[in-house]
Design a protein around this ligand. Sequence first.
Ligand SMILES: Cc1ncc(COP(=O)(O)O)c(C=O)c1O
Length: 213
Amino acid sequence: MSLSNRCLKGLKVENGPMELNLIYFGNPYHEENNQQGYIRLSCADNHLCKDILLEKFRSINWLNFNDEEIVKYTVPGGQYSTRKVFADLMNEFMLSDIRYPIKPEEILVISGATMICDLLSHVLFDEGEIMLAHSPFYHRFLNDFIDRGLIDIVSIPTMFEDSIKAELKVELYEKAFQKAVSEGKTVRAILIVNPRNPDGGYWSLTELKPIIN
Ligand SMILES: Cc1ncc(COP(=O)(O)O)c(C=O)c1O
């Protein structure tokens, strides 16, 4: 059986350091047991809050959970209690001066940013439409939005020879937008990652406002 055009197109999208990951998993370094193994530099696992997460995880009495629930379908979009935790978190720490606080019922819980990107590529874009993304960006965006969503990502450079600081230039967004329009294409969205991956810096409100406007 032959593969679909969608799949053949997706297979042409660069796949970042996936091959390196496979080499690593074949022979991972271990301080005592495998000092000749590979060290993985292509992936940034988040160890910063490991102690807090593990402490919380280990403090939970799992016997209090109704494990019957694990084998059943649950409320679409996440349990109300879970959505409320997210809404409260956003209202308190991220949007404390928002006029209309986010309500739990407006939230949809999805497991992981990768899945969210894939979902967005389907619900916001039609095939061949464009998303502008400040570059360099997280390498998997190509796969997450293009493999199945079949959109196009146009990179907007933010690193320039005469500066050591990443910079958002509204005129480059404008230029990319006009170019797409002149080619008869639709720019559907602008992707902003803040704080940034890969360099860990962040955009200030003053830098973001002109782009958003
Ligand atoms: C900007 C960005 N988006 C998405 C992801 C992937 O997130 P997840 O593991 O939740 O799919 C990462 C992981 O590093 C990331 O840096």
